[in-house]
Design a protein. Structure first.
Length: 353
């Protein structure tokens, strides 16, 4: 994409109006927009924009991140842009600062299905802990889990949950969700053939059979919060060595109300192979619980956290199937399948069935 091919939302006039509305630009105006870098993620397209102003622009952003749908997934079930726009425009303004990049503008067009987000560019101040698929160091992992616990604590048992923030799934909703999953699973198992062992097939069947009972934990509406939904460690930006700032979380297209250990299990049980997970799991769960208590969460014991974590790990055997169903590349869902199954065995999650 060249500057002459910029979408309308990246034109100087649009950006001027958006930044003024967000309180990030006063009397000046955007004069010129330049593409500094662009890339595709699995389901979105990211463009880093450079801005030049005319008039007074002190304190206005010199660069922005424009996030839009990936052309190959636009309009499909994997395109969750509407959901992420809702997070940044409706939920994020009510959260304490420092959890995520600032959103200057976001919009979803129901008629066309097109959406965009204009986000704070943290490239110069923050960085990923590691390149994707390589796990972070112990200290980096501790910082990431601390940030996640602070975000969960901010919405823990919040009275607005399910009222003005997110929606509660009913028992009927959960049953319908599992019915859809069961259909996906049947096709998934047929396609894998003997690559999915009989032992694992039995585990899936038992989970489907016991799903109503297992879902009671969620339907209790106790000790729940806003979860990220895709909390692998490459969705966290850590301050660079010479920067005094907070860890920032991004990519909120799968957020929702859930048992908070959903995020922890996704981070460790799905993403890390056993040696790394076993080395850090207990330490990180301890830090997570300590941070919850330090930020006002009460009545949630360390034993309850362990029980919820195992419950979440078990539920996450469904994740590779959902990923397969929306055509996420096999290099992602196959490795997730292997890792989460090893975690289920290590943690004795079958006992929950």
């Amino acid at each position: 994409m060249t500057s002459s091919q910029l979408p309308a939302v990246a034109e100087p006039g649009y950006l001027t109006a958006a930044l003024r509305k967000a309180g990030a630009l006063d009397a000046g105006a955007v004069r010129e927009v330049k593409v500094l870098h662009e890339r595709d993620t699995v389901v979105s397209h990211i463009t880093r924009l450079g801005l030049r102003y005319v008039g007074e622009s002190a304190g206005s952003p010199q660069t922005l991140i424009l996030k839009m749908a990936h052309a190959g997934f636009a309009g499909t079930l994997a395109d969750r842009g509407e959901h992420e726009v809702a997070f940044y425009t409706k939920l994020a303004p009510h959260m304490p600062p420092g959890f995520m990049p600032r959103c200057f503008d976001g919009h979803f067009n129901a008629e066309s299905g097109k959406w965009h987000l204009l986000l704070e560019d943290l490239t110069d101040s923050h960085e990923l802990a590691t390149v994707p698929t390589v796990p972070p160091s112990r200290d980096q992992s501790m910082a990431i889990v601390t940030a996640l616990a602070r975000m969960h604590a901010a919405w823990w048992n919040h009275p607005r949950l399910g009222e003005t923030v997110g929606t509660w799934a009913s028992a009927e909703d959960s049953a319908g969700h599992l019915e859809t999953f069961a259909g996906h699973y049947d096709r998934f198992a047929d396609e894998l053939g003997d690559r999915l062992s009989e032992e694992r097939r039995i585990l899936y069947r038992r989970l489907i059979e016991q799903s109503a009972r297992l879902s009671q934990r969620y339907h209790s509406h106790r000790h729940l919060s806003i979860v990220h939904g895709d909390a692998h460690t490459w969705n966290f930006l850590l301050p660079r060595a010479d920067v005094a700032d907070t860890v920032r979380i991004f990519d909120f297209d799968l957020w929702g109300i859930n048992v908070p250990t959903h995020d922890l299990a996704y981070m460790m049980a799905i993403q890390w192979y056993p040696e790394r997970r076993q080395a850090l799991e207990r330490t990180l769960l301890n830090r997570y619980h300590e941070t919850l208590l330090a930020h006002g969460v009460a009545g949630y014991t360390r034993g309850a956290l362990d029980q919820d974590y195992r419950w979440s790990v078990l539920w996450h055997i469904t994740k590779p199937v959902w990923q397969w169903a929306i055509n996420i590349p096999p290099g992602i869902w196959w490795n997730n399948l292997e890792r989460v199954m090893m975690a289920v065995e290590d943690l004795g999650c079958e006992e929950l069935l």
